[in-house]
Ligand binder design. Structure first.
Ligand code: VGL
Ligand code: ZN
Length: 199
């Protein structure tokens, strides 16, 4: 299922999905073991940064009355409300100066799990000559899934960094099902704890 050898170089970008306080254990929408992704992502981030490759950090950035919240009939407790501590990136996540932040689901009446939805990310990647993205973060079964599927729709090669993702698992197998959906869409899965840089 996994592939380990992962050379990265020109044409590659790293997308770090929603590693925000509210998605860590104890947060408003805590993902079980979600904090475990931080150390792995920090290694991927450091290596992409050292190689001069583009890095994107997506964030869930909701208005206080977002349609996904229970008060409005949505599935979720309030989480990642723009400019609150819960919406901040995890303290231990190392964000290089070159990283670009992509805010999503920023308007009241629209949900957006994908980092591509309404953000201009596809155009930005294209302008940078990116052909292949590596994706990690939270949560496997929502925003990672949607981001990877949209990357494939945009014609990008997409890799899921398996040790750097965790699932909400509202239903027991949601994470596994999402991994299968991503694979079926042509995504590849690496178990590498860090890339090998050939740039
Ligand atoms: C997410 C549920 C609600 C995610 C965002 O980042 O995966 N999940 N909003
Ligand atoms: Zn959300």
């Amino acid at each position: 299922m996994y592939e380990t050898h992962t050379d990265v170089g020109p044409g590659d970008a790293l997308i770090v999905v929603d590693v925000q306080n509210d998605f860590l254990p104890g947060g408003a929408l805590g993902v079980p073991d979600g904090d475990a992704v931080v150390a792995v992502l920090n290694r991927w981030i450091a290596d992409f940064e050292a190689a001069g490759l583009p890095i994107f950090f997506t964030r869930d950035w909701h208005p206080a009355n977002h349609c996904s919240f229970e008060a409005r009939g949505g599935p979720w407790p309030p989480h990642c409300i723009a400019s609150t501590p819960g919406a901040a990136f995890a303290d231990d996540l190392e964000m290089p100066a070159s990283a670009e932040v992509i805010s999503k689901a920023t308007t009241e009446d629209e949900e957006a799990y994908s980092g591509f939805q309404g953000t201009g990310l596809a155009d930005r990647l294209s302008a940078l000559g990116v052909k292949r993205v590596f994706v990690g973060g939270l949560a496997t079964d929502y925003c990672v899934r949607a981001t990877v599927l949209d990357a494939r729709q945009s014609g990008l090669e997409a890799w899921v960094v398996e040790p750097a993702v965790r699932a909400v698992n509202v239903h027991l197998d949601d994470g596994e099902r999402a991994m299968k959906e991503m694979k079926d869409a042509g995504a590849r899965i690496t178990d590498a704890l860090e890339p090998s840089v050939s740039a």
